[in-house]
Design a binder for this molecule. Structure first.
Ligand code: NI
Length: 175
């Protein structure tokens, strides 16, 4: 196992739609192991393949119930509304209150090739939506309202793109 470098804001791999995974093989299983290790090391509660430079539809997550993986996930249903201070390992050290659906039903494939269906509410639902966005090439800054986004872009240009991330805030969940 090895730690993978996490791509940050400005890297084009974070902006393109990731490709479907066709073969679940040993190489994919090794990538998943490395992604889980990288997620724990960061630390984060979720990590999508494009964040480690792999243009494939896959993410790992763990909100305290053990590591899980979803391959080729699709959000089937979403409902409700929930505000949460959301952060991202690719936009390190920054969090914004973002409103998204509270409950989601996601389907995907596990490493054994079985179709799995998972319901996620609150934090888990948020992780699913955030990681799914990564597979679509969408970053959390695009989920901000216009005023929030203008302020966010100023901070990102000075603190994230020029390196290091912000140390203004204590560690919280990042995805
Ligand atoms: Ni993220």
């Amino acid at each position: 196992m090895s730690l993978l470098p996490i791509r940050t804001y400005g890297d084009p791999v974070l902006r393109s739609r990731a490709k479907e995974i066709e073969d679940i093989d040993g190489k994919l299983a090794a990538l998943v192991e490395d992604m889980i290790e990288t997620m724990y090391d960061a630390p984060g509660v979720g990590l999508a393949a494009p964040q480690v430079g792999v243009d494939r539809r896959l993410f790992v997550y763990d909100i305290g119930e053990g590591p899980k993986v979803l391959v080729n996930p699709e959000i089937k249903e979403s409902s409700g509304e929930w505000v949460y201070e959301e952060g991202c390992l690719s936009v390190p050290g920054l969090w914004w209150p973002i409103t998204r659906p509270k409950d989601v039903l996601i389907v995907g494939i596990d490493l054994e090739g079985n179709e799995v269906e998972v319901e996620g509410s609150e934090l888990l639902g948020r992780v699913f939506q955030h990681e799914f966005d990564h597979l679509e090439g969408v970053l959390l800054v695009e989920r901000l309202d216009e005023d929030q986004r203008k302020k966010a872009m100023k901070i990102i240009r000075t603190e994230v793109v020029k390196g290091g991330g912000s140390m203004m805030r204590p560690p919280k969940e990042q995805e």
